[in-house]
Ligand binder design. Structure first.
Ligand code: SF4
Ligand code: SF4
Length: 330
């Protein structure tokens, strides 16, 4: 079985407890304006072109059978121009580019190939209590492959996290449930219409899946991205609090302030930026404010902004008791 993978990140310390290898799968049914992994949204492979690295050597012009590359003169000299309408993402240009300006994002890998890379760091997982995290994109978009990876990782005795937007079929999630030690479950915008406006989908299915997972005893950590002008408002903060009240046995909550990481990636993929915030200091401050507010109410906050504190040995430092909440529908 093969899946479409766009990155495998080793020594990751932000995607669950301990030191982990994070496997990023391609394809996402959402289209969040602030997405910091926009290369994970489209299901198929894409050609990434980094203008900053390009030496205008012309090798790709000669190699491309589709004539998608050309060199043209601008005010400063020769400049590389990529006609994406002609590109079929075949990759001849990538193999001749000496500056690594060109890259195909998204490759087909078998479960065995991924596991070979994941298991290279088994010694670190043992020492740091880490393991495998499957992220994206959205793992539920490649449910078969995700389940097969989890089965293989479990055979090796690895701790497994699945990072999900929660948008997908319940059957797929349900299949992952016995194989997943911790779900990193996004909660982006509380109000369904606003959620749809900013991500392309309502959160009704997401809320239902979250509730079902919780009811079946899954270990879940909420991840709440905080985006300036989109969800840094009292209504959303209260929505988060109501959610936490209704699920007192959650593993915890992480507040993730916006980072403009996706903007440069979008440029390299030839797509216009969908969202831009010039500074991030104000949103980091809002994240600290929200994290403090939640912690004071007795909710377990697991790391915020640049100083996220996932990891077995650091959890004890939280020192925040779990709160017995009242039941409520959200
Ligand atoms: S759910 Fe995640 S990967 Fe999908 S668009 Fe939103 S931020 Fe990007
Ligand atoms: S081969 Fe690479 S460095 Fe040369 S022109 Fe093409 S993109 Fe630029």
């Amino acid at each position: 079985m093969t899946g479409r993978v766009f990155d495998i990140q080793r020594f990751s310390v932000h995607d669950g407890p301990g030191i982990r290898t994070t496997v990023f799968l391609k394809g996402c049914p959402l289209n969040c304006a602030w997405c910091h992994n926009p290369e994970g949204i489209r299901a198929g492979p894409e050609l990434s072109f980094d203008r900053e690295k390009c030496l205008a050597c012309g090798e790709c012009v000669r190699a491309c059978p589709m004539a998608a590359h050309s060199l043209q003169t601008d005010g400063k000299g020769l400049a590389h121009v990529l006609d994406r309408g002609r590109c079929e993402v075949r990759g001849e240009c990538v193999s001749v580019c000496c500056s690594d300006s060109l890259e195909i994002v998204g490759r087909s890998l078998s479960v065995e190939e991924v596991m070979r890379e994941v298991m290279a760091d088994r010694v670190f997982y043992r020492q740091a209590g880490g393991g495998l995290t499957i992220s994206g994109g959205e793992p539920l978009m490649q449910a078969e492959f995700t389940a097969a990876l989890l089965v293989a990782a479990k055979k090796e005795g690895l701790h497994c996290c699945v990072e999900t937007s929660g948008f997908g079929g319940w059957e797929a999630l349900c299949r992952m449930l016995p194989l997943t030690d911790l779900f990193l479950f996004d909660w982006k915008v509380t109000e369904p219409v606003e959620h749809e406006r900013h991500t392309g989908q309502s959160n009704t299915i997401i809320a239902r899946n979250l509730r079902e997972l919780y009811a079946r005893g899954a270990r879940i950590r909420l991840q709440c991205p905080l985006i300036p002008g989109i969800n840094d408002n009292e209504g959303h903060y209260e929505g988060i609090e109501a959610l936490l009240e209704s699920m007192p046995n959650l593993d915890g909550i992480s507040i993730l302030p916006y980072h403009p990481l996706g903007t440069a990636k979008l440029e390299r993929l030839g797509r216009p930026p969908a969202f831009a915030a010039s500074t991030t200091s104000a949103i980091r401050q809002s994240a600290r404010f929200l994290a403090g507010r939640l912690a004071r109410r007795g909710f377990r906050v697991v790391g915020t902004e640049g100083d996220r504190q996932e990891g077995g040995q650091r959890r004890a430092e939280d020192g925040v008791p779990r709160r017995e909440g009242i039941k409520s529908d959200f």
